[in-house]
Design a protein around this ligand. Structure first.
Ligand code: MGD
Ligand code: MGD
Ligand code: SF4
Ligand code: MO
Length: 749
């Protein structure tokens, strides 16, 4: 079985010569002995770039990566992280063979570079037999819900993110994972207001007169939107950034409004207040396309939503709020170009972030800016890709599992709780009860680094009675706690089909090179395990069958999108409805809304609630007076790339720093370069102070890194909480309070 599947890989490798070759300039023409393969960056990024990979056919080695010049959003360039991707693929640190923890070696952090010493190499056959035996044993002894899959977005390819793995865990009857660590609060917000995750296409930002980047670090996290914004600015547009942190995007903007974290919902209401007060609303559109506008008008016009009141809470001067609201409301009127909002997931990683995202999402419904090219809002375009995920994932297999009912759901933001408390309580505490988690299967995710409340997570992972399997490309914070590590392929080494959450092109990502060492894809791994344990035909499907299943939909957006066409063309635009000018303008008319009422929903009213864990909230004003932003690094992808020397070098100016406002620093006797302790009731970390204007008073910021590469081996998630957001059970990384002191003082506290 093993040999047959490995062979299947071998021929997949040489089938594709990229159709995009025809678009290459002569200097880019593949030379003799090389060929060009069309791949797609499968990292968790809105841009989902088309990539041309040059492969030395004789050596079977990728030698160059280039943004696909024929892809209308990639436009021939890659971000700094992935331009250096070959450093990752061919890193000497790649995890290339299955390994099992040596007897007697305790779980816990291992120095970087020495990890392999804790493990012994085994064959895939041994590894699969061992894992299958352990899972079967756990299921028999404690029930299948004692097994918890834990995955997120190492790859967002349709196959790699969720296909064979889901079939496997459904069939097993394992606990289900609510994958809510990133975007569920905002996603739920869009679904409530619009019924679907859809928005302004990136290219149309070029036609805007005013662009608002709201909780969106475009230059750092979504660089392929930037050229369209620059084009709009060359034609007179302004860029306003609403972000507590002075990001690269904010530094390049026309106006930066450094809002206090967690207060965006109130700012949105204050903007609505001005729009309704000044009659800058589009009454006709509100009447025709929305529901609840009269209630919203009355609510927004309340005195508590006036700019003067919002100013006190948001930290943005009332005149600036007035100015922004007037600029937003007047855009698109009297021959002016419309306003577009790039809302990103920053604001919804807060306790009240779902409602805040809902309030912001209502703004273009009030002005009717959806009707104009260059108007509207983009949070995510993922809802435009109606892949047939139930065919891919086969949730119906769960019914045939040992449980005969849907298995319990564990929210991935509460991994610490799941590993330390589930099944330990005396009395039953509700739907999440059941057996303790005895086996954890981690893939596509560096759980030990990215999940909130690390101290609890790590205490759980350290349990000797927990059987942990990690499928990874590298030894990282999570493999340090694994019983078995399995080597995973990179996107150059397997095939997949892709949607996107920041553009509207379906793409195929070809396998460019053979897997390195014994690395295998997610599809292969879970197919093998499924065949070994269950033998069902559902585990026989290969990549091409799965791609055909993913595309098996009659949805009109996918009209004309077939495997054959994707194989031929690499990327294919979705068939969105067009108006008489040939433009696709989401929510410009009723047909676009997918809410039950078929209209934009302005109720329930988006009341602003103070987050508990914020300076003005119930937990504020006490021991922990500073708001903490545990940010993403510009040069990593969450925790991915942080181990590579070239990427660390690019991030060197901010890694390990705590950015502080001069007043907060002075109040604590802290200067730039001082070692500072940052702590709250959940944990403590050590960083180096950097005093400056990147954060407003009362806010401190630091960046996500691996635990073991952070000072003292502890990263920012030591301080974050498992509390969930108001909608969608989302993470609340950005609702975190801390105190800071110079390290000498801290030891006395
Ligand atoms: N370089 C790089 N690119 C990435 C990633 C990465 O780690 N590095 N991660 C990828 C992932 S997983 C995602 S989900 C995407 C999306 O990524 P985003 O959701 O855009 O990323 P964030 O940086 O978390 O949030 C955007 C901005 O919101 C700000 N913010 C925080 N709290 C608040 C608040 O209360 N109000 C307002 N207005 N702003 C606030 C932050 O300071 C930040 O600059 O990016 C992807 N792209
Ligand atoms: N403090 C703080 N914490 C955060 C965030 C933050 O902004 N601040 N952001 C949150 C957000 S938005 C997100 S999305 C999560 C991201 O959390 P994760 O999805 O865990 O993201 P990464 O840290 O990029 O880790 C992905 C891992 O998957 C592996 N991988 C890549 N491709 C494959 C593959 O094909 N197969 C397998 N088996 N493995 C693969 C990579 O090597 C990498 O170790 O983190 C969250 N945590
Ligand atoms: S991380 Fe984003 S910007 Fe960079 S190559 Fe991948 S998709 Fe493109
Ligand atoms: Mo994310």
């Amino acid at each position: 079985m093993l040999a047959r599947n490995v062979r299947r890989y071998a021929y997949n490798i040489f089938v594709s010569t990229s159709p995009a070759n025809s678009n290459l300039s002569s200097s880019d023409q593949p030379s003799a002995g090389t060929r060009t393969v069309h791949a797609v960056c499968t990292h968790d990024c809105p841009d989902s770039c088309g990539i041309l990979v040059t492969v030395d056919t004789l050596a079977g080695r990728a030698t160059k990566l280039q943004g696909d010049p024929s892809h209308p959003v990639t436009r021939g360039f890659l971000c700094g992280k992935v331009a250096r991707y070959l450093d990752r693929v061919y890193s000497p640190d790649r995890l290339l063979y299955p390994m099992r923890r040596k007897p007697g070696v305790p779980k816990g952090p291992l120095p970087k570079g020495c990890e392999a010493d804790a493990f012994e190499r085994i064959s895939w056959d041994e590894a699969l037999e061992f894992v299958a035996m352990k899972l079967k044993k756990m299921a028999a002894e404690y029930g299948p819900e004692s097994i918890l899959p834990y995955s997120y977005a190492g790859t967002i390819g349709q196959l790699g993110y969720g296909s064979m793995d889901r079939r496997f865990f459904y069939r097993l009857g394992a606990s289900q994972l609510d994958r809510a660590i990133c975007s569920t609060a905002g996603g739920e917000a869009l679904k409530q207001v619009y019924g679907v995750k859809l928005g302004t296409t990136p290219q149309d930002f070029a036609h805007s007169g005013l662009i608002i980047a709201w909780g969106a670090n475009i230059h750092g996290n979504n660089i392929h939107l930037w050229p369209f914004i620059e084009e709009a600015r060359r034609n007179g547009a302004s860029l306003v950034v609403i972000d507590p942190y002075r990001t690269r995007t904010a530094a390049l903007a026309d106006e930066h409004l450094a809002i206090r974290p967690g207060t965006d919902g109130l700012l949105a209401l204050a903007i609505m207040h001005v729009l309704f007060r000044e009659r800058l609303d589009d009454a006709e559109y509100l009447h025709g396309c929305t529901r609840g506008s009269e209630e919203l008008r009355a609510f927004a016009l309340r005195e508590e939503h006036a700019p003067a009141r919002a100013a006190v809470v948001t930290g943005i001067a009332a005149e600036r709020i007035e100015w922004l609201a007037q600029a937003y409301g007047n855009a698109g009127r009297n021959g002016r170009k419309p306003a577009a909002i790039r809302l990103n997931y920053g604001i919804q990683r807060s306790e009240n972030g779902g409602t805040a995202a809902r309030a912001v999402a209502m703004l273009p419904l009030i002005t009717g800016s959806w009707k104009q090219r260059g108007g509207g809002l983009q949070l995510s375009t993922s809802g435009a890709f109606p892949f047939n995920s139930s065919r891919l994932q086969m949730p119906e297999m769960m019914q045939r599992s040992a449980l005969q009912r849907a298995s319990r759901v564990v929210n991935m933001n509460q991994l610490g709780e799941a590993l330390t408390e589930l099944g330990q309580r005396q009395e039953s505490a509700g739907p999440n009860d059941g057996p303790p988690v005895k086996a954890l299967f981690v893939y596509n995710c560096n759980a030990a680094a990215v999940a909130p409340d690390s101290a609890r997570v790590l205490a759980g992972l350290r349990r000797e009675d927990l059987f942990t399997v990690v499928h990874e490309q590298f030894f990282n914070d999570t493999t340090d706690y694994a019983d078995v590590v399995l080597p995973a392929t990179t996107f150059l080494e397997h095939k997949d089909v892709m949607g996107a959450y920041g553009h509207l092109y379906a793409q195929i990502s070809q396998q460019a090179i053979a897997p390195l060492g014994d690395a295998r894809s997610n599809v292969w791994l879970f197919g093998e395990l499924g065949r070994r344990i269950f033998g069902d035909t559902a585990f026989q499907d290969g990549e091409d069958e799965l791609i055909a299943q993913a595309l098996d939909t009659a949805h009109p957006f996918f009209a004309g999108i077939t495997s054959e066409r994707l194989e031929r063309e690499g990327h294919v635009p979705l068939s969105l409805p067009k108006n008489e000018h040939g433009e696709s303008l989401p929510f410009s008319s009723r047909e676009w809304f997918k809410t039950p009422s078929g209209r934009g929903e302005l109720t329930p009213l988006p009341a602003w609630v103070v987050p508990h864990e914020s300076r003005s909230g119930a937990e504020g004003g006490g021991e922990f007076p500073l708001e903490f932003l545990p940010r993403k690094a510009d040069n990593y992808m969450n925790s991915t790339f942080a181990n590579l020397p070239g990427h660390r070098w690019m991030e060197r100016k901010t890694a390990g720093l705590l950015e502080m406002h001069p007043l907060d620093a002075a109040a604590r006797g802290v200067s730039t370069g001082d070692s500072v302790s940052v702590w709250n009731g959940r944990g403590r970390i050590t960083l180096t102070a950097s005093v400056g204007q990147t954060v407003p008073e009362g806010v401190v910021a630091s960046r996500l890194d691996w635990q073991k590469l952070s000072p003292n081996g502890a990263n920012v998630n030591m301080l974050t909480s498992e509390r969930l957001s108001d909608l969608g059970g989302g993470a609340t990384f950005y609702s975190t309070l801390v105190e800071v002191a110079k390290t000498e003082q801290a030891s006395a506290v």
